[in-house]
Design a protein around this ligand. Sequence first.
Ligand code: SF4
Ligand code: SF4
Ligand code: FES
Length: 678
Amino acid sequence: MADTSTMVETTITLTINGQACTGQKGQTILEVAEANGINIPTLCRHPWLTNHGACRMCVVQVENERRLVTSCAAPAVDGQVVTTHNEHLSKLRQMSLELLFAERNHICPFCPATGNCELQGQAYREGITHTRYDYIFPVLQPDTSAPYFVQDHNRCIVCGRCVRACNEIVGVGTLNFGHRGSNELVIADLGVPLGESSCINCGTCVDVCPTGALFEKRQPYFTRQPEMERKLAICPDDDLGCAMAVLTKSGLVARVEGAEEAPVNGPLLSWRSRYQLLEEPYQRVLSPLVRNAAGVLEPASWDEALDKVADGLSVGLQAALFDGAMAPVAGLCSGRLPSETLEAFHQFVTADCRSMMVDTLRGDERRTQRAARSLHEGYRECDLEAIREADMVLVVGFDPMETHPVLGAWLAGLQHHQQVPIVSINARQAEVAKQANLALKQRRGSAQAVILGMLCQLLDMAQLTRRTDRETQVRWRSHPPDRVAVEAGVPAEDIIRAAELYAQAKRPVILYGPRLTGIGNPTVIGLLWEMAYFCGNTTADGAVRVRGFHSEANAAGAEQIGFRGGADLETAQAIYLLAGDDPFEPLPQLREELEAAPSVVLQASHLGPLTEYADVVLPSLTWSERGGSWVNVAGLVQSFAPVTSPPAGVLSDEQVLARVRARLAERQVATPMEAVDE
Ligand code: SF4
Ligand code: SF4
Ligand code: FES
């Protein structure tokens, strides 16, 4: 039988408006009322945030209390008798609302939030037809300096939601209050324009603003929220695994918002997912394109395009049929795509094209990590929780503010709220270096020397808690900080200071990312694992407090499926690129290889940097049209349904691959695993 004693102890009963209401100890009066279906008006309260008690809309009368109580902040007490609505309370709420209207320039018909504004909504509900107070009509200049949203003090009710969101959810603490009384304003940093402030453009403040005081530049006219459909989707821009709420109207994406239920990021999003994903800098590919004799891509029928694809692939495939060897066909696929599409592509290349040259567009990042794992067996990297609880962060060759902005916000939050020191080791100009407590900008290619310098210093400081062999010690000792300083071009005292900060911390975490893995030096990764391991910085389950990140949202999924080709594109007779909507920019070497390949097929949703190399372009889906599963950097699998439908005639990637496979089978150059079924 279930033990109900704890439940009984924590259950409380209140009488609200004559109705017996049960709740739990620790809840506020407002929470108990809401849980029992009783509505109390609110304005400054937001479910994502702590309570502020600023607007007094939620005031209630509690029997035997001499003063009115703000129900959003007052704890519910067993036996309380509460009144939430009567004439007196209604008059007070009306007065509060009228004062809010009179203090600023709320001209509702000209406000971007009209119809979707909580202030306006409350005014209607309280039956306000006009204000009894003179409008002050203050002269307040909107701040348009931020790239994606506007702050208009004219519509601000100083509820503080944005200030709390910036502090509590984001952690950067850009927003604050300035001035006093009715002149009180929400300011950025010490009163600078938002565009010049520490704001990271995450837009969380815009999400929580109840009025039109913060609105997106892209969407000055808000579509009314109730008319929108809301679905969750993955942010395809990095492998942290951030989920976001996508609001659609008439089948089109209207806006992206934070989602409290997102398991990794909660309501926090980056400017990339919230704003950049909605931009469409290139033209959509709606039907096949084939390069003509004059070298120009022109619209073609599916039949013509599939023939051209089969022509290109057949050269390599026929050679392989004759030899019984692997075909010189290479397949590169965006690692942003869901596992189901990656699997279909992997099978297409390995089974239908009989080639093992299959990888993701940024497969070099995973290759370097894989090489490190084979050189240094037995290390396992920590989960994301270890980052959230870190008391020191060492960021090596990685700029999370740029490539993984939500992770960057976590670091900013750790630094802002818990004074967690951040040390950056980066040869490039990096945003994280600007925020770091200590930034080492070494010469390119000398990150390894700097890490060895730190290890030498840690050894000298007797900071190792695990025994190292003599050979390892000799290797580390051969890199004293003063010698590394000359080689790497960073002051020896900075290397020593970095080692000291690392040694002083109890739960330091080391983060590295695409830049470090992309340059292909597995030794550096191995040294980071050794640093954590030999200094005893492991989690309870034995993982080293080190975590590497990738640019591709489903890099871990691709690795599980077996994208390990290390495609040697120089020998490829044909290259098949499944890019989807990946804004991938090829590096010079890949450009050369694409130029040299006799045949290049591109499956992409938009024209873009890869188009110029393609002989045939086939349509593909965008992020909002895809459904499937993604595996994040820590192994979390998340599945999402498509948010929008593709335009008429645009097929799924699997359907396009099936058409190509069928055409190859017709030519009898491929032996499909199964009968083709779109
Ligand atoms: S966009 Fe984000 S960081 Fe900038 S002020 Fe708003 S909540 Fe703060
Ligand atoms: S800008 Fe919006 S969220 Fe911030 S205090 Fe003003 S009304 Fe409230
Ligand atoms: S909602 Fe309670 S004081 Fe504003």
